[in-house]
Design a protein around this ligand. Structure first.
Ligand code: NAP
Length: 259
């Protein structure tokens, strides 16, 4: 089945064309939910992953069952040559890149006094430098199209900080500042850049919390449960849609906590 949907071309007309999204770190968790949601919205999806090809292929299979196009592409977001290749492959296969969702992320939690340089660098390289490199890799295409959406997944931790997550908080705060700067640079080409900042979400990343840490987190969440990946995907879907044409340089928290 050929997926087509309305989109704005450079000349301002709306045509029925094929829309394509790259979702980094889409082999599981929030990224997988975003990939499936965008496929349901009519996008062809590049399911990026670094290590788990089997999981990425399962996401591709789930998308195919929805009747949409998807392909799994291995690329380390912290490696520029790999992400450039991913962007080139996307254009070769689908003809364009309408949406980039920078979702790939890792944690290496430790108190600053015991955090190693390696733990600091790994998190900054994947969670912050990766956003820079992937955005840079799609810019030429989006500018040429005079259309595009970059949606960066940060975290409420990037706004509030969190004991034991100084590397992660710094990277996510950096993503917010980077996005606001890039939004200003790309506005003349009608390319928007926004941030989605989820609260604690049920994925493998929070699966490793101790029962004690989980109880402590839940005590501070008025709705009494963690966020679901599909709830983050809903916000991304909105930002990728025509409804969000006039929204750029903004941060959207998917959270219910009062701070
Ligand atoms: P997750 O379940 O651990 O999944 C992380 C994904 O990122 C996996 O698909 C992994 O793929 C991929 N990945 C990791 N390093 C990569 C790299 N260098 N290059 C390409 N892909 C890479 O995490 P999640 O909870 O879904 O988190 C997704 C995003 O949401 C992250 O940016 C995270 O910081 C953010 N976030 C999460 C929460 C939460 O509570 N879960 C809250 C706020 C924000 P492979 O396994 O194949 O390498």
């Amino acid at each position: 089945m050929q997926i087509s949907t309305g989109d704005r071309e450079g000349d301002g007309t709306v045509q029925e064309i094929h829309r394509t999204a790259i979702v980094t770190g889409a082999s599981r968790g929030i990224g997988a939910a975003i990939a499936c949601r965008l496929a349901r919205d009519g996008f062809s999806v590049v399911v990026n992953y670094k290590n788990d090809a089997q999981a990425a292929n399962s996401v591709v299979q789930a998308i195919s069952q929805l009747g949409a196009h998807a392909v799994a592409v291995r690329a380390d977001v912290a490696d520029y040559s790999e992400v450039v290749k991913m962007a080139e492959e996307t254009v070769e296969r689908f003809g364009r890149i309408n949406v980039l969702v920078n979702n790939a992320g890792i944690v290496r939690d430790a108190l600053v006094q015991s955090m190693t340089e390696e733990e600091w660098d790994e998190v900054i390289d994947t969670n912050l430098k990766g956003v820079f490199l992937c955005s840079k890799a799609v810019l030429k295409t989006m500018r040429k199209q005079r259309a595009g959406r970059i949606i960066n997944i940060a975290s409420i931790v990037g706004q509030q900080g969190r004991r034991g997550q100084a590397n992660y908080a710094a990277a996510k705060a950096g993503v917010i500042a980077f996005s606001k700067s890039l939004a200003q640079e790309l506005a003349p080409w009608q390319v928007t850049v926004n941030v989605v900042a989820p609260g604690f979400t049920e994925t493998a990343m929070t699966g490793c919390l101790t029962e004690q840490a989980r109880v402590k987190i839940l005590e501070r969440i008025p709705l009494g449960r963690l966020c679901l990946p599909e709830e983050v995907a809903g916000m991304v879907s909105f930002l990728a849609s025509r409804e969000a044409d006039y929204i750029s340089s903004q941060v959207f928290n998917v959270d219910c906590r009062v701070v």
